[in-house]
Ligand binder design. Structure first.
Ligand code: COA
Length: 320
């Protein structure tokens, strides 16, 4: 059995923060940010919470799929920035939408989270456990950024994307996923919101920390390697793939992956210029955009690939 995407949705905070607006709070400028990353603006949450964004995106995906809330068997929300520790965001989505027959849990694989959620959905479907699954990637990275650190605060944004997938006869979606916990410190957020009376050790930083160059090197090496391995298993060449929907971290990373795969950049749709890096939300927001624009055609070969903190990375090959 394979999964088929039958509906998508996305939700973005109303507030647009341009590079020029950032240059008024940290020492930076549009030329530096856009030339190093391709990002021109991002959405930053004000009143909206991660839960609000997740619910809006999920609602839009259900409507797009023409799917009743009761039909959903499982809700997976990928996030590293939930509004609450408990209850999890997936249960909040369940309650808001009335998906009363679903099991619901969150999954944290940072920027690879939505891809890992999709792979999890494929595994459940293939095992015959669930049939209709709601997948959400939702983040408010702005809540864990150090807004005085120009090397990180310019890169990220907030948002949510969702997809409803359903079991269909046919060969299972191929996927690969990897982690390298030994390199966890290159992109970390060590926030601890509560202390016990016996904990006297020095507190770790509450905001996101990153070795940008190490992350860059990791991404440009591991992502094309992983996609090539996946395609080799499927007996396909990169030029046979119609679309590469990659985590939207940085235009230079995407250009480098395209170059290393020998594929023209036009087959890598991008929206990071408008949204920045929205972590687990970036792939489903992009998927929703390209689907609603009619870019994806029945039978298209689509590679999804994610990479990020953990370190985590992976790819999946979908027949649209
Ligand atoms: N505006 C202006 N200058 C900045 C800046 C900003 N927003 N951020 C950093 N700089 C400065 C640095 O302080 C440094 O100055 P110095 O030479 O005086 O010390 C200089 O720019 C170069 O910094 P460096 O870190 O070497 O830049 P870089 O070319 O590696 O680009 C990144 C930095 C973050 C854009 C790049 O490393 C990158 O894209 N990494 C991947 C990050 C990522 O995508 N993470 C998420 C993955 S899921």
């Amino acid at each position: 059995m394979r999964i088929k995407v039958i509906g998508t949705g996305s939700a973005l905070p109303a507030k647009i923060v341009t590079n020029e607006m950032l240059s008024r709070i940290v020492e930076t400028d549009d030329a530096w940010i856009s030339s190093r990353t391709g990002i021109r603006e991002r959405r930053i949450a004000g009143e909206e919470t991660t839960t609000d964004l997740a619910v809006s995106a999920a609602k839009a995906a259900l409507e797009d799929a023409g799917c009743a809330p009761e039909e959903i068997d499982l809700i997976l929300v990928a996030t590293f920035t939930p509004e609450h520790c408990l209850p999890n965001t997936a249960c909040a989505v369940q309650a808001a939408l009335g998906c009363r027959n679903a099991a619901a849990f969150d999954l944290n694989a940072a920027c690879s989270g939505f891809l890992f959620a999709m792979n999890t959905a494929q595994a459940y479907v293939e095992a015959g456990i669930y049939r209709t699954i709601l997948l959400v990637g939702a983040e408010e990275v702005s809540k864990v950024l150090d807004w005085e650190d120009r090397s990180t605060c310019v890169l990220f944004g907030d948002g949510a994307g969702a997809a409803v997938v359903q079991a269909r006869e046919g060969e299972a979606m191929r996927f690969l996923q990897f982690s390298d916990g030994a390199q966890g410190q290159v992109l970390a957020c060590m926030e601890r919101t509560a202390e016990n009376p016996w904990h006297t050790a020095e507190k770790p930083p509450k905001t996101l920390t990153m070795d940008g160059q190490a992350v860059f090197r990791f991404a440009v090496r591991r992502v094309p390697e992983c996609i090539r391995q996946l395609l080799a298993q499927a007996g396909k060449e990169p030029e046979e793939i119609d679309w590469f929907l990659l985590h939207q971290a940085n235009k230079r990373i995407l250009d480098s992956v395209a170059n290393r795969l020998g594929v023209e950049e036009g087959r890598f749709p991008m929206n990071l210029d408008r949204y920045g890096n929205t972590s687990a939300a970036s792939i489903p927001i992009l998927l929703d955009e390209v689907r609603r624009k009619g870019i994806l055609k029945e039978g298209d070969q689509v590679v999804l690939a994610g990479f990020g903190a953990g370190l985590t990375w992976g790819a999946a090959l979908l027949t649209w």
